[in-house]
Design a protein around this ligand. Sequence first.
Ligand code: ADP
Length: 413
Amino acid sequence: MESSTPLSPLDTFQDRRREQKQELLEQRVARLEQLLAVGRRLNSTLEMPALLLQVVSAAREITGADAASILLLENEETLRFAASCGPDDALLKVTEVPINNSLAGWVVRNAETAVVEDATSDLRVYVIDEALTTRSIVAVPLLFGEEVIGVLESLTHHEHHRFSPQDIEALETLAGIAAVAVQNARLFQQSDWIAEIVHEIRTPLTSIMTYAELLATHQLEQDSRQKFVEIINHEANRVNGLIGQFLDLARLESGRVIMKRAPFSLPEIVRLSLDLVRPQAQERKMELQAEIPADLPEVRGDAERIQQVLLNFLSNAVKYADPGDQITVLCHLEPEEIVVTVTDTGPGIAQEHHQGLFEKFSRVPGSEERAEGSGLGLNIARQIVQAHKGRIWVESELGKGSSFAFSLPLSPE
Ligand code: ADP
């Protein structure tokens, strides 16, 4: 609508200013509402992977970035990519980031936001992948009280992109909300984990108590007595094994376990592990095989811990494969690592169960009918392999057997 009196240039200028202010205010309110909605969503998510994905996608959206990622501090020395979203998968391939030599490390050490306008020339930026064309980065600390628990980053691939002060402020607010949500999820995991421990121990304990009471209160035939004593013995061993696994996990998770870095012979470890599972394998009429090249280079690490990983793979193969099946241990050399694979011709695992297999208490449905287990072995194995900077994975198809593998980096020398 046209006004009857023409506006003076000053009026137009002031109107324009007012409009701009109004626009800014509206943008701010919209962002705040967006953040509040994200906060509500985050607070109702207690499952860590889902939570972290929500955080990174909110970070990307709120700052209009190409990609976002979150890194969490595992202990004083280890900062690890925990989730990313964006076109570059390369980010997550490198899971560990050096604290002393990376932008995220700088943010942790200084408990301060870092803004990088040209990632190619900022010395703090750790070159994750040469193919990565990151240009600008905002990295904000995840602060829980005064403690930095991780870093949230938004990045773009455009040259001369500038994150605005509003983008930075919004990312800092999001990081605050995310830090609380991450700590909540951690606490929940912790309490959940204690509930699981109690549950796992209670089952065999109930059976011990029941049979002990039967033995104490009934006149039983020698055969029954013998059978009940065997059950008690078996269940007591199970409790003992579970407690051993719990303690081992708690120690590994606390970061207090120091892995040795001594040279050791992988063929020797394979031989010892095969000897240990041979009696059970023979009982189940399974065939054990090993294929190890004669000229494997030296590996360094904690031989006992690596044997523990191999034994977990082997004893699972013996437990879950069918009588008469074949189990093969294979070692082979890749350019930068040695890969050890345990393959069985057993029942296999459907694709949908692969992802969670290395999480605590994870068991493939139906496994309890095949063999006793706690679902902790593979989680322990993963922690050991990661502490050696190696990788661990499974390849399996239902009905076609499984291959569990881990790798160890070759010593640089
Ligand atoms: P546990 O054997 O004590 O349950 P693990 O963590 O070692 O715990 O293994 C987790 C689950 O993975 C097992 O419960 C089983 O469901 C599955 N699994 C492991 N190895 C195999 C295998 N070789 N074949 C089939 N399923 C397996």
